[in-house]
Design a protein around this ligand. Structure first.
Ligand code: GLC
Length: 541
């Protein structure tokens, strides 16, 4: 298999607005990121993914861009950005930016022009349609609202939006739009950034003719439509191929078969992808389902394309809270899931704070939440007559704010995140869970991650080796080998809160040395062992 720097990378996601505030305005900023680069480096990270920091009215936390080549005031200035990039490179790390080109903000100049008249030169930068019998052009739902269409009085037509009303979708059929986007991408790449995380990149192409959906609630019709691969291949030809960069597409609604069309090495589209068979389709932890997802993706991509491994991000509740146990077994479940992510085939991603086992949060009422997805859904369901308390309770565990609370640096005011008023409440558990404490404790989750990452660097089998699972029907044990021509490793995980026994002899596993473990182990030569709750062990064979 071809070796590439990005296949060997470990990526750290910086949600800058919640990372570190350097000027006391309550928002994290790029200067704050610069201050903590040594910390990120110390963890062992190679690539930083920075969430959008472009000019934006911030309806959807920066995913509504009003100017692609300017930096949002809250984040800083272009001067600070340039310095950030330089400082990242000085430390021998790389920086990738979020590329949000399915939609812009409604405040973007293009849209402001587009909505002025039907013959405005920018009209076709967006998707406009007349209504149907005085209503929306079709019955599609958007991610955040009951319809993908918003009526605009000025020209008596509807425009299309896959997300919030303030996020109109660009019309990728228009070659002028594509040219503008490619030029903008070149601007950032010429500055020296090392690639892009491409926001909902499989949504660019829409179903021709916009026919009604049979099941409007299943919004998978928004993605993977005819023309998408032409756009991505064109993007590759016009931009990507000229740079030594890393691209990861955010690609909801894909199976491994479709996924390969985006990341197949012969396809000339993207390097890797985030699929959402785990975070979107598996509401709570289900090991058998997880194993089958891993197996299908491994078989689908092996030797042909590259996968990604992640269990949380800025859109999904933190992994210890959602999949592990953030109380009794916080340490154990955090480290057990970390072992999983860093030993499965694919690029591992760490979402800021994951490395110290930060947890989800619960605010008291809907007014304390900021997440537009949650707020809109709450309003819609309550307006439709559902009980407000039960809707609230149902939404709390999945609110995107669960992962967006400020980074917990220490046990001082606001967890050391800001000297001002934080834009979103700090998780009250910061006295217990914070970076300072983690760095002072040699047994902390932080050092466990550091160790895993270091091990990965030293043993290329973790990157390029084959994956061979055993005990595939076991409901609580996840066990697999990683193998290449030089080495063989064995990973043994108890992904449950119960003790489980495992027999080396019965399973014909002949281990040599225990290399990583998240519980004290007295003697590991026994034929049969009891794995404690969320126990993780990595052996050489
Ligand atoms: C992606 C982002 C999410 C955003 C949406 C619209 O899913 O990760 O935060 O709301 O796209 O841009």
């Amino acid at each position: 298999m071809q070796q590439d720097w990005w296949k060997e990378a470990v990526v750290y996601q910086v949600y800058w607005r919640s990372f570190l505030d350097s000027d006391g305005d309550g928002y994290g900023d790029l200067e704050g990121v610069i201050k903590k680069l040594d910390y990120i480096k110390y963890l062992g990270i190679d690539v930083i993914w920075l969430n959008p920091c472009y000019e934006s009215p911030d309806i959807d936390n920066g995913y509504d861009i009003s100017s692609y080549q300017e930096i949002m005031d809250k984040a800083g200035t272009m001067e600070v950005f340039n310095r950030l990039l330089e400082e990242v490179h000085k430390r021998d790390m790389k920086l990738i930016m979020d590329l949000v080109v399915n939609h812009t903000s409604d405040q973007h100049y293009w849209f402001q022009e587009s909505r002025k008249s039907t013959d405005n030169p920018y009209r076709d930068y967006y998707i406009w349609k007349p209504g149907r019998n005085g209503r929306e052009p079709n019955n599609w739902r958007s991610y955040f609202t009951p319809s993908t269409w918003e009526y605009d009085e000025k020209t008596n037509e509807y425009y299309f939006h896959s997300f919030a009303v303030e996020q109109p979708d660009l019309n990728w059929e228009n070659p002028a739009v594509r040219r503008e986007i490619y030029q903008m991408m070149r601007y950032w790449l010429d500055k020296g950034i090392d690639g892009f995380r491409m926001d909902v990149i499989n949504l660019l192409a829409k179903i021709p003719g916009f026919p009604d959906a049979e099941k409007p609630e299943d919004i998978s019709y928004l993605g993977n439509n005819p023309g998408i691969h032409d756009y991505l291949q064109e993007m590759h030809e016009e931009v990507l191929k000229d740079y030594d960069i890393f691209t990861v597409g955010e690609i909801p609604f894909v199976t491994p078969e479709d996924g390969l069309l985006y990341v197949g090495e012969d396809r000339k589209e993207l390097n890797t992808l985030f699929h959402f068979e785990v975070l979107d389709d598996m509401k709570s932890w289900d090991l058998l389902q997880f194993k089958s997802i891993q197996k299908r993706w491994y078989e689908g991509l092996w030797k042909r394309g590259w996968n990604s491994q992640f269990l949380n991000n800025h859109d999904h509740t933190r992994l210890v809270t959602r999949f592990g146990n953030d109380k009794e077994y916080r340490q154990q479940s955090a480290t057990c899931f970390a072992t999983l992510i860093h030993t499965l085939p694919g690029i591992p991603y760490v979402f800021q704070g994951e490395e110290i086992g930060m947890t989800g949060v619960r605010f008291n009422s809907i007014d304390e939440y900021n997440d537009i997805a949650m707020i809109n859904e709450y309003k819609e369901r309550v307006a439709n007559g559902e009980d407000s308390n039960s809707v609230f309770e149902e939404l709390v565990p999945f609110s995107r704010d669960n992962s967006r609370t400020p980074m917990q640096w220490n046990d001082e005011k606001n967890a050391g995140f800001t000297s001002g008023q934080p834009w979103i409440q700090v998780n009250p558990n910061y006295h217990e869970i914070n970076v300072k404490k983690a760095l002072d404790d040699p047994d902390s989750i932080f050092y466990y991650y550091q160790n895993l990452i270091e091990m990965r660097k030293r043993h290329s089998v973790m990157t390029y080796g084959e994956y061979h699972p055993i005990l595939e029907d076991h409901p609580t044990i996840y066990a697999y080998y990683r193998v290449d021509e030089n080495e063989k490793w064995f990973i043994l995980l108890n992904l449950s809160e119960e003790d489980t026994s495992f027999s080396f002899t019965e399973n014909k596993v002949f281990v040599k040395q225990l290399v990583i473990h998240n519980y004290p182990v007295k003697q590991d030569s026994a034929n049969s062992i009891r794995l404690r709750p969320y126990e993780a062990r990595v052996y050489t064979i």
